[in-house]
Design a protein around this ligand. Structure first.
Ligand code: BYC
Length: 344
């Protein structure tokens, strides 16, 4: 439904330099006035490409993010935990679908985004290249990873691009529930046996620093933040959001009776913030280059899934073609039968 009207993209007559400048100024004026940019509106090519990059990376993250948690569906400790985990992983799949749809409104087909993911050309969040070794990791992912995701994504509900902003509203509601279920797993473990408390602490030890890295490089090294903030795609810088996350999460760790694995972490009375020790950025960049603990495994799992789904795609395409041939033409409504077949 989103893609209608995009067929004119790239076919407009070239404007003169003065017209181009005026158009760019009008566009920035709309952004400054907090108007939403919609798919049929004119937008600078760099704005379109920035959104395609960010939204498709975000979609890939949701889909790859299903893997670490999916690993524990068969081993969840109770039927209730299993049902909740299945629902959560399914939600992540849904988030990926909304986000691919939002990216498609910018003129890139979903198949092309998938090729970028499966070839290793596209990025997805660094966090999903870490393994889920124990059940406590499922709690830590909900509490920390979804907690970090919410901190980063609530401001995206006010992103200047309409389809992305609207997709984020529902995603954030679901992420909030995910965060609470993760915290509740950690609460249960931290109030349990000695072994359960140790498992919760071990998960926090392993997920804390990668969760801080999720927010992206420090502001000094973030190449896209300045322009993305001027375009109101991003509302806050990576470091601002990371600091907010630290400030809300440290008291939660105290409540759980767990220790944040950072000897330098302290409360700074003057600024009223918790101050964390330095992040090991060499680990972050190694993961981005494909050398994290699970990068190869994650891409391999996605490639296998894509290959296993080939027959479904082929069957759906064949069915759509056959329905189009078989359906009697409806006067004045060309293509309806084909569209219905494709949707079936
Ligand atoms: N991992 O200039 P910067 C979820 C890249 S889904 C990998 O600061 P930007 C969840 C960045 O792409 C979580 N790469 O970039 C799902 C850029 O490289 P390129 C995903 C990262 O775009 C299931 C370069 O580093 N959330 O939470 O201004 C279950 C320089 O960075 C990372 C989103 O995608 C990273 N962590 O800011 C549970 C939210 N960080 O593209 C939970 C939407 C940076 O030039 N995305 N890079 O090759 C954003 O808000 C922004 O894109 C980022 C990065 C804050 C991530």
């Amino acid at each position: 439904m989103y893609t209608q009207g995009l067929d004119t993209h790239g076919k407009e007559p070239l404007p003169t330099a003065a017209e181009g400048e005026a158009r760019a100024a009008r566009f920035q004026g709309r952004i400054d006035a907090e108007e939403k940019i919609e798919p049929k509106d004119w937008m600078p090519e760099a704005y379109r490409q920035t959104l395609i990059r960010q939204i498709s990376q975000h979609a890939h993250s949701e889909i790859v993010g299903m893997l670490p948690e999916g690993n524990w569906i068969t081993r969840a400790p109770t039927l209730k935990r299993k049902a909740v985990l299945i629902a959560k992983v399914q939600d992540e799949g849904g988030h990926g679908m909304y986000l691919y749809s939002a990216a498609e409104t910018l003129g890139i087909p979903r198949a092309q985004m998938l090729v970028q993911l499966l070839s290793g050309a596209a990025k997805y969040s660094s966090i999903f290249n870490y393994p889920t070794l124990t059940w406590a990791d499922i709690g830590a992912i909900g509490w920390l990873v979804d907690g970090a995701a919410i901190m980063n994504q609530i401001p995206l509900c006010r992103c200047s691009y309409g389809p992305y902003a609207r997709a984020m509203v529902r995603i954030c509601k679901e992420e909030s529930f995910h965060q609470r279920q993760g915290f509740e797993i950690m609460l249960t473990l931290s109030q349990g046996s000695h072994a359960q408390r140790a498992m919760a602490q071990d998960a926090l030890n392993r997920w804390w620093w990668p969760s801080l890295m999720m927010f992206g490089p420090s502001d000094a090294d973030s190449m896209h933040t300045g322009q993305s903030m001027r375009w109101k795609i991003k509302r806050f810088s990576n470091d601002e959001l990371r600091q907010r996350f630290i400030d809300v999460t440290v008291p939660q760790a105290h409540f759980l009776g767990l220790t944040i694995p950072d000897d330098e972490l302290h409360w700074d009375e003057a600024t009223q913030h918790y101050r964390a020790g330095p992040i090991d950025w060499s680990e972050f960049y190694a993961v981005l280059k494909g050398n994290g603990p699970c990068n190869r495994e994650r891409l391999e799992a996605r490639r296998r899934a894509h290959e296993a789904g080939r027959w479904v795609r082929e069957a759906a395409a064949a069915h759509a073609q056959r329905s189009q041939r078989a359906a009697p033409p409806v006067a004045g409504v060309a293509g309806v039968a084909g569209a219905a077949g494709a949707a079936a």
